[in-house]
Design a protein around this ligand. Structure first.
Ligand SMILES: [Ca+2]
Ligand SMILES: [Ca+2]
Ligand SMILES: [Ca+2]
Ligand SMILES: [Ca+2]
Length: 394
C-alpha cells in the first residue's frame, strides 16, 4: 500500500522536511527526489525506518518532486508523489535581526528583499541620517499580513502601517532630525511565508527646515496671536496658508524654490526646503492670498542644517520696511492685495466694497479680517491702504 498524506515543512533555501502517514505493514520506506526540471530520480534513502526524511543540500528557489514507497515483507508498494519549492535566497537575508539592538544597517532609497520565514521572525533595520529628512517607507509584495513599524533609536514609535490582509504598508514621516531610525517588519499574529520575499523601500529625502514667523495685519487679534482662518473648527491652531519662496540673492533675483504651507495663529510655520538649498544665500519671500507680498530686507544665509527668519520683530525685517506695525510693536504683512498684483489700490478696494454691499460669507479673499464675512471692518481696513501701497523688492 502506497503512503498517503505527504507533506513538506521547515522549508529553507537548502533544506526541507517531508513526512507521510505510516503504512501498517511497512518495514521501511524508499525516499526519492529530483528537480522538477529533471527526468532522473535520485534515491535519498532505500530503507528509511521512520515516516519523515530531512533533505539537505538543496538549491534555493527551485521546485522539487519527491516520492515515497513502502517496503513490506510481501513486496513494495507503488510510489506516492508530491512537490515542494525551496525558499529563495532572499528569504533569510539580513538575518539575524530579531531585536532593535540587532537591527541591520541598510541603505535608503534602494529595495530591500527579505522574508518573514518563521512565526517568530522579526526583521529590524536601521538607517542613520546626518541632516533633517523626510521618510517615505513602503512595505510591499506581501504574501501574508505583514506590518511595518518605525521607531527612534530609543524605541519611541514614530509611525506604523498595519493594514489587514496582504495590503501594502506605507509610513510617511516629515522633518525628522538627524539620527538613527529603526524599521520593523513582522507577520501579524505570527504569520509567515517561506517562499515569498517582501520588498521594503526606505525612501529618504534630506531637507532644510526653515521656520518662518510672519503675521497678517487683518487677522491680528493682539498679543502675538491671529485668528484661525483656514478651518477654525477643525484646525483652531492654524491661521492660514502662505507661500514661501527663496529668491536668488543677485539680479534678476529669480525664485529658486517655492513651498506652500500653513502658519499657526502665532504666525509660525516650518517650510521643508530641499537640502540643496542649504548653504545658499536667498531673499525669503512671503506671499499670502490677500496680503502685500514681502521680501526679507537682505539675503539670508541658510547655514547649518536648519534656519529661522522672523519678520514680525520690526517692519525693517521686510525689504523697504513694507510692513504694517501694530501698537504693540509687531510687524505684519499689509492686508488688501486682493487681486495679488503686488499693489493695494482702488481695484482691490472696489472688490471689497462690492462684496461688502453683497454681504458675502465664506473663505473669501475680500474678507481681510478673516471672520468669514465681508463687512464694514474689511472696508475700513482697505480704505486705509488703497492709496497705493506697493511691493518693495530688490
Ligand atoms: Ca527575516
Ligand atoms: Ca529576522
Ligand atoms: Ca499588514
Ligand atoms: Ca471680515
Amino acid at each position: 500500500m502506497a503512503p498517503t498524506s505527504l507533506t513538506a515543512s521547515n522549508i529553507t533555501s537548502t533544506t526541507a522536511t517531508v513526512s507521510w502517514g505510516a503504512v501498517a505493514s511497512a518495514l521501511t520506506y524508499n525516499v526519492e527526489y529530483k528537480l522538477n526540471s529533471s527526468g532522473t530520480w535520485i534515491v535519498a534513502s532505500s530503507s528509511n525506518a521512520t515516516t519523515t526524511y530531512n533533505f539537505t543540500g538543496l538549491t534555493a528557489g527551485l521546485l522539487y518532486d519527491y516520492r515515497i514507497r513502502s517496503n513490506c515483507a510481501s513486496g513494495n508498494s507503488s510510489y506516492a508523489q508530491a512537490q515542494f519549492t525551496t525558499s529563495p535566497i532572499c528569504i533569510s537575508a539580513y538575518e539575524p535581526n530579531e531585536s532593535l539592538a540587532a537591527a541591520v544597517l541598510v541603505t535608503t532609497n534602494t529595495n530591500i528583499s527579505a522574508g518573514i520565514n518563521t512565526s517568530t521572525d522579526i526583521d529590524y533595520y536601521k538607517v542613520v541620517t546626518t541632516v533633517p529628512s523626510n521618510f517615505s517607507v513602503v512595505l510591499s509584495n506581501l504574501p501574508n499580513d505583514y506590518d511595518l513599524y518605525v521607531y527612534t533609536s530609543a524605541g519611541t514609535l514614530l509611525g506604523y502601517g498595519a493594514n489587514g490582509s496582504t495590503l501594502s504598508e506605507t509610513v510617511n514621516l516629515t522633518n525628522l532630525p538627524a539620527g538613527t531610525y529603526i524599521f520593523k517588519v513582522f507577520g501579524f499574529g505570527g504569520v509567515f511565508n517561506t517562499s515569498v520575499c517582501y520588498n521594503l523601500f526606505i525612501g529618504n529625502t534630506s531637507i532644510y527646515p526653515l521656520e518662518i514667523t510672519a503675521l497678517i495685519e487683518g487677522y491680528y487679534l493682539g498679543g502675538g496671536l491671529m485668528r484661525a482662518v483656514a478651518d477654525p473648527t477643525n484646525s483652531p491652531a492654524i491661521c492660514d496658508t502662505i507661500e514661501v519662496q527663496l529668491a536668488n540673492s543677485s539680479a534678476p533675483y529669480s525664485v529658486a524654490y517655492t513651498l506652500k504651507g500653513t502658519i499657526s495663529t502665532s504666525g509660525i510655520g516650518t517650510f521643508l526646503f530641499p537640502f540643496a538649498a542649504a548653504g545658499g544665500n536667498y531673499y525669503i519671500v512671503v506671499k499670502h492670498r490677500n496680503s502685500l507680498q514681502i521680501w526679507s530686507s537682505s539675503p539670508v544665509s541658510l547655514s547649518g542644517t536648519s534656519g529661522t527668519y522672523n519678520f514680525t520683530t520690526s517692519a525693517n525685517k521686510a525689504y523697504g520696511s513694507k510692513q504694517f506695525v501694530f501698537a504693540d510693536g509687531k510687524a505684519a504683512l499689509y492686508s488688501g492685495d486682493v487681486n495679488q498684483n503686488n499693489i493695494i489700490d482702488d481695484t482691490d478696494f472696489n472688490t471689497v466694497n462690492a462684496n461688502v454691499n453683497q454681504f458675502l460669507i465664506g473663505y473669501l479673499t475680500s474678507d481681510l479680517t478673516g471672520d468669514r464675512c465681508v463687512e464694514a471692518s474689511d472696508y475700513s481696513l482697505i480704505e486705509n491702504h488703497s492709496g497705493g501701497l506697493s511691493l518693495s523688492k530688490p
